[in-house]
Ligand binder design. Structure first.
Ligand code: ADP
Ligand code: MG
Length: 286
């Protein structure tokens, strides 16, 4: 390999906002068979907004916000922002606890309050009417957050994050190149399927705990080399394990450090451009 060709390739890509950290990445790109995507902040804009509240709105929002004020999750920010816009009065909490991939719990006035997904509902009854409301919202690509007090659900908050307007084109470019596309997300399967359908992703692995993302990537490597595209703290191990880790420039520092390629412009179409460019450069130096 001639270092000059490598530098030309990476220098040109850098001008396009595609940072390629080293030559090893370029080599691996040639054999990539599958591109795996994180959902939130990678395929979607990553700025979720509250769209529906089921139950007594003021009560549901005040309990949920009391807890979510202490969380850094994007869903938490959406809830807090919505409560602020409605000037909801928020009670104090104690013994706040975040539960990875599930939600948050705390005490409010001596009552145990929880906010999160159905993995938090093991001791909680959910009646058929509510279950149907949940399914309808999820099929509309909305993430449903349950709000409960003392083992009873008091309401739901539906939160929507929309695909970036370039995501669909980005996926179709990769598929035209003969690559398989997969979404890997901690969100609910129904919501993930709805988003995948909107952008044309081939298949979906949902309900994945952050600590399991890297293992799923390893399993997918059985079928050939994989690229993983992500932005979050919880994507860092997957970005490291993948043959080609591609981090969004808007991502967390640890994601950017873990990626071999960084997309400065946060445009998902740059995944295809990075692959094309790397191929060209690699063919030149062989
Ligand atoms: P992702 O970033 O792919 O959504 P996470 O592991 O961060 O994956 O979250 C998975 C799921 O856990 C969320 O979709 C949500 O249902 C639930 N969850 C996690 N944190 C919170 C929170 N602070 N409030 C409500 N739900 C949460
Ligand atoms: Mg993300």
């Amino acid at each position: 390999a001639t270092p000059t060709a490598l530098m030309v390739g990476t220098g040109r890509s850098a001008k396009m906002g595609i940072l390629i950290k080293n030559g090893e990445v370029l080599e691996a790109v040639n054999d990539v068979k599958t591109v795996i995507f994180d959902k939130t902040g990678t395929i979607t804009v990553g700025k979720p907004e509250v769209t529906d509240i089921v139950g007594d709105e003021e009560k549901v929002l005040s309990f949920a916000t009391a807890l979510e004020q202490s969380s850094e999750h994007p869903l938490a920010s959406a809830i807090v922002k919505n409560a602020e816009s409605k000037n909801i009065v928020v009670p104090e909490v104690s013994q706040f606890k975040a539960i990875e991939g599930k939600g948050v719990e705390a005490l409010v006035d001596g009552q145990k309050v929880f906010v999160g997904n159905d993995k938090l509902l093991s001791d909680v009854q959910i009646d058929n009417k509510l279950r149907e409301q949940v399914i309808t919202l999820q099929e509309e690509a909305k993430t449903v957050v349950f709000v409960g007090v003392n083992n009873e659900i008091i309401g739901l908050i539906a939160i929507q994050d929309t695909p970036k307007n370039t995501s669909k084109e980005a996926i179709s470019d990769l598929k035209a190149r003969g690559l398989k596309t997969i979404m890997l997300t901690g969100d609910n399967k129904r919501v993930a399927d709805a988003i995948a359908a909107q952008v044309g992703i081939d298949s979906v692995i949902a309900d994945v705990l952050p600590s399991d993302k890297a293992d799923h990537v390893k399993a997918l490597q059985q079928d050939g080399k994989v690229a993983f595209v992500g932005d979050g703290i919880n994507d860092a191990p997957a970005l490291t394990v993948a043959d080609v880790g591609i981090a969004m420039g808007s991502g967390t520092d640890i994601a950017i450090e873990s990626g071999g390629i960084v997309l400065v412009k946060n445009d998902l179409r740059d995944v295809d451009r990075a692959l094309a460019l790397s191929k060209k450069t690699f063919n030149r130096i062989k």
